[in-house]
Design a protein around this ligand. Structure first.
Ligand code: URA
Length: 423
């Protein structure tokens, strides 16, 4: 017999949780027998004390067992998915899924909502009029057999993660390697893709701040995937500055449409194509050029089909905040680096993210970046536009942005976007 206080005490005091204790606490929390207060205390103990790799493996398995596990082995074509550990302006899933689809793989994608300062794919896609991510298992299967992809709320998959994810968001326990690894991998292993690519973020806008921690996270998740029979690899990618020129739900959808139309910011295109190359390789699809699908319109065609299948209307205008405020350059020069965390927090203050679980987000809120690091800047030029429906949110957002950018005389030194591949 187990009880929550003993399990919390064991971890609080730096002990190792037994497999059966992990199974008991995850099952109890999913059913409501373990209280939010107790799980919060355990999460904080895990945050502070960490977990052994055996504990992470068992915690992940228990979260998978809390719900259904999909199997698309009978689909007749390879299934592959990617997941990011959470970024700023990270809209990559939106162009990536149709690119991979246009190259011949099917993509079952269980996506999440915003967590902490990071945006969520579902919040972004729901800014398209009519789009729904609440798909039944039968709808997901039907859509994979027809259109070839589905982007859906995890729902019945790893319900323990859904509850724990929401609790982590409000208890300052998101930035924990074991909790991130088990959260990502429980959803991804339950969703039934036959191979997996992870985009593990490094830098100021990532949950884990050092490259060493991000490498360890990547290695842990790759091992969890491979040990479960799902070939998994990871790219370590730079998240010191926002990806692209937009941060915020509908703003990021609009930018993704530019990428699908063959344009868009270089870094968004580069990461989309790099992740597509990895996904197609793990799915065993060779001799295709994912970049071509952005230029010849086939990825855009697949995206339109996917959105229409999920009730979305791309002919309706995307929402944009009713109130806009600009930040201009006091002097000319060269745009310095832009701190991903400052922009993320500004977008969050404008209403793009949540302060409490279940809160609605403002689809039209966010930040548009007019000058990117290294761009020439003229005195008086607009550098950022902030959008919100709630004008009183502008001052706190401006305060977050303050100090997160500069205009100087020399271009900033910027490392490669794709740092390494693991697995
Ligand atoms: N994405 C997830 O699904 N979970 C995390 O903890 C972080 C990013």
């Amino acid at each position: 017999m187990f009880d929550a206080p003993s399990i919390i005490r064991t971890k609080r005091d730096g002990g190792v949780l037994a497999d059966a204790a992990i199974d008991w606490v995850i099952d109890g929390y999913t059913r409501g027998a373990v209280a939010d207060e107790q799980m919060s205390a355990l999460l904080m103990a895990i945050f502070l004390r960490g977990m052994t790799s055996a504990e992470i493996t068992r915690w992940t398995a228990a979260m998978i067992d809390s719900g259904e596990r999909f199997d698309f082995g009978d689909l007749g074509r390879p299934t592959v998915d990617k997941h990011s550990t959470g970024g700023v302006g990270d809209k990559i899933t939106i162009p990536l899924v149709p690119v991979v689809l246009a190259c011949g793989a099917a993509v079952p994608q269980a996506a999440g909502r915003g967590l902490g300062h990071t945006g969520g794919t579902l919040d972004k896609l729901e800014s398209i009029a009519g789009f729904t991510a609440e798909l039944s298992k039968a709808q997901i299967r039907g859509q994979l057999a027809g259109v070839g992809a589905a982007i859906f709320a995890a729902g019945e998959l790893a319900p323990a993660d859904r509850k724990i994810y929401a609790l982590r968001d409000i208890t300052a326990t998101t930035e924990s390697l074991p909790l991130i690894a088990s959260s990502v991998m429980s959803k991804k292993l339950a969703e039934g893709a036959s191979s997996l690519v992870l985009d593990v973020k490094v830098g100021k806008g990532a949950f884990l701040k050092t490259e060493a921690e991000s490498r360890e996270l990547a290695a842990t998740m790759v091992e969890l995937g491979n040990a479960s029979g799902v070939p998994t690899r990871a790219l370590l990618t730079d998240m010191n500055r926002p990806l692209g020129r937009t941060v915020g739900n509908a703003l990021e959808v609009a930018e993704s449409l530019e990428v699908l139309a063959g344009g868009g910011p270089d870094d968004v295109v580069e990461l989309t194509v790099a992740l597509a190359v990895e996904m197609l390789a793990t799915a065993g699809i060779e001799d295709v050029d994912p970049a071509r699908t952005l230029n010849d319109g086939t990825a855009m065609d697949r995206f339109r089909e996917l959105v229409a299948a999920q009730g979305g209307d791309l002919t309706a205008p995307l929402p944009i905040g009713a109130h806009a405020e600009t930040v201009t350059a006091g002097a000319g020069g060269v745009m310095g680096d832009i701190d991903a965390m400052s922009v993320a927090m500004a977008a969050w203050r404008l209403g793009a993210g949540r302060a409490a679980p279940g809160q609605p987000v403002q689809f039209g809120a966010g930040v548009r970046i007019h000058r990117r690091p290294g761009d020439p800047v003229a005195a008086g030029e607009t550098l950022f536009t902030l959008y919100t429906d709630t004008p009183e949110r502008v001052a706190p957002a401006l305060a977050e942005l303050d100090g997160g950018w500069s205009v100087g005389t020399q271009p900033p030194r910027i490392g490669p976007l794709i740092i390494d591949r693991i697995g």
